[in-house]
Design a binder for this molecule. Structure first.
Ligand code: NAP
Length: 290
């Protein structure tokens, strides 16, 4: 795979592990906005964003940006301007993640070929495994009770919700899952969890020791929060704005646990392998014979 050049911009520890993996596979790797002692010596460390220009593939961090102005680079003190990024990425294929509509429009406007890897179910489902394990780790660390026999609510039955419910059930928790579609509610019931339709959620909120949210829309308002058990542990998995009125949550002193970017924190090597599988899929879809 020597003729394939990959640039990695920003990102957390999983992108360091991805560098190592790509080098092992014989791929040319350039990096900008990520610094770590484990970065292999074969990696080309760029001093400016301009040096990335011309790489066949650019892999951006997860999420791509937290402020819509700069690329997320927690392992660097560099501010990487998105505007400047658009100017150097024109000839590359960009793999982004959790791209909002504005970002997607801007990529199109600059005629950049791109893909949001979290739109790829086969990747997002694999990524839900370290996410679910991390959520369980955070729940254990933030509570004085076992998950076994505890009452757990999972909000949402998408890719993360499904895997998390399955793993909590396996640990002996009493699992309820909220969903809004009747199809999801039927599956939830079939798997042995308690189904809770969204419209009926407030009638149940007071029952739970743990609430895990995977819905990136605020569905828990003041009235809903007032129904919580006082010692509930609320784990926020969803991307911004999350699922809850956070100011009111703090005011009520709810044990609110932010849990962003879990794969990169709890399982960076596994997460890097998922990113590598993603890159292979995209390369094959582009016609590479791998
Ligand atoms: P997903 O498959 O799209 O699932 C999202 C869930 O939210 C679905 O059940 C969906 O219900 C529900 N939902 C969306 N809008 C809703 C609304 N207005 N009202 C009620 N329910 C609504 O997404 P995912 O892959 O599971 O990811 C879930 C979230 O976690 C995302 O924000 C993602 O960025 C984030 N994430 C975080 C981590 C981490 O480390 N913390 C890791 C991976 C993903 P319907 O099916 O009915 O639309």
């Amino acid at each position: 795979m020597n003729n394939i050049s990959v640039a990695i911009i920003g990102g957390d520890l999983r992108f360091v592990r991805l560098c190592e993996l790509l080098i092992q596979k014989g791929i040319d790797v350039s990096i900008y906005g990520i610094s770590h002692p484990d970065i292999p010596k074969e990696v080309r460390v760029c001093a400016s964003l301009n040096e990335i220009k011309g790489c066949s593939y650019i892999i951006g961090p997860i999420p791509f940006s937290k402020d819509n102005k700069s690329i997320y680079a927690p392992m660097s003190n560099k501010h990487i301007s998105i505007e400047q990024f658009f100017l150097i990425a024109a000839d590359s294929y960009v793999l982004g993640s959790v791209l909002n509509q504005n970002m997607r429009d801007l990529l199109d406007k600059h005629n950049i070929k791109w893909r949001d890897i979290m739109d790829m179910d086969e990747i997002a489902i694999l990524n839900a495994i370290p996410t679910a394990e991390g959520a369980i780790q955070y729940a254990m660390q933030n509570s004085e009770i076992t998950l076994h026999d505890s009452k757990c609510l999972v909000l949402g039955f998408g890719r993360c919700g499904k895997i998390l419910a399955h793993k909590l059930h396996g640990l002996g928790a009493k699992v309820s899952v909220e969903a809004r579609s009747s199809l999801d509610l039927a599956y939830i019931s079939t798997y042995g969890y308690t189904p809770i339709p969204l419209y009926d959620l407030n009638n149940h909120l007071g029952e739970f020791d743990f609430i895990f949210n995977t819905i990136p829309v605020v569905i828990l308002d003041r009235q809903a929060i007032d129904l919580f058990k006082p010692d509930v542990v609320y784990i926020e998995l969803a991307s911004m704005p999350g699922g809850i009125d956070i100011d009111y949550c703090h005011k009520k002193e709810i044990n609110h646990v932010p849990a962003p970017s879990l794969p990169g924190i709890v399982a960076p090597k596994s997460a890097a392998n998922i990113l590598y599988q993603c890159l292979l899929l995209i390369l094959r879809n582009q016609g590479a014979n791998l």
